[in-house]
Design a protein around this ligand. Sequence first.
Ligand SMILES: NC(=O)c1ccc[n+]([C@@H]2O[C@H](COP(=O)([O-])OP(=O)(O)OC[C@H]3O[C@@H](n4cnc5c(N)ncnc54)[C@H](OP(=O)(O)O)[C@@H]3O)[C@@H](O)[C@H]2O)c1
Length: 289
Amino acid sequence: MTIGFIGLGIMGGGMAANLRQKGFALVVHNRTRAKAEPLLAAGATWADTPAALARQVETVITMLAHPEAVAATATGADGFLDHLAPGALWVDCSTVNPSFSRAMAAEAHRRGVRYLEAPVTGSKAAAAEGALRFLVGGHENDLAAARPLLEAMGRQIVHVGPVGMGSAAKIVNNLVLGQLMAAFAEGVILGEALGLARQTVLDLLVEGPAGAPLLRLKGERVATDDFADPDFPLRWMHKDLHLAAQTAYEVGVALPVGAAAKEAYALAVREGLGDDDFAAIYRFLARQA
Ligand SMILES: NC(=O)c1ccc[n+]([C@@H]2O[C@H](COP(=O)([O-])OP(=O)(O)OC[C@H]3O[C@@H](n4cnc5c(N)ncnc54)[C@H](OP(=O)(O)O)[C@@H]3O)[C@@H](O)[C@H]2O)c1
């Protein structure tokens, strides 16, 4: 079975490499072709457009930046959906909002294409190591069809419910991660202003009751002031907080703390930190403080 993979960024590159390494035949496409070179060297085939890719495969996996990129790739000019055979399967691993995911499922189903959402937790290292966790929304039969692929890219598959629930679980996760990182950064900034050594505050927070795996990981970046070569780009954390806010609006829920965090990330993007790791919210908040 040949698999089509679209979106070879930080996450998609590692995920596709794992599929290839585990023996799956791959046709790949990415907006920027250069990022496909390592996969092409490993035996994957290039498709010039998503449409050209779709004509060669029965399963397409997408790992794209945001809903707009997914919509453009699926239903835009040269999009793949119109070119998949009825009965084909589309697995979207991108982080998108639940209502968008349901809209994409409807677009797929209208064409007789099966749709599964499978956003992930775990970052660049987990993608490279095939150790992701998939939060799956969709029909059990479609998950059964996708399972060997997900197992090649991840260690845990959680079937959360029907389409929309995987995305719901994912944005809840990132709503918390985004706020946690911003709160952590503010704590360190205040501690330093009070005369505590940065490393002392980092250790205290990481090892104290507020400690979380994220803080240990990002504490290393804060300790060394190194936010380059991102695991998760700050601009996508801003995107995820936006998706959380949009989704909260759709269901009539208020997220006042999330909104404050979202705007901090918005300002950090404006300050030129969007391509850094999202731990760079520390750098932004420290400048303002
Ligand atoms: N990094 C993480 O830790 C992490 C963890 C979990 C989930 N995610 C989610 O995974 C997805 C991918 O993130 P990433 O970290 O891999 O980011 P990334 O390295 O920036 O990759 C983004 C991908 O989307 C493509 N893209 C962006 N805009 C596009 C457009 N308008 N049309 C077509 N393609 C477009 C990019 O193509 P180009 O190469 O041409 O730019 C690239 O393939 C996002 O939804 C993110 O929220 C990331």
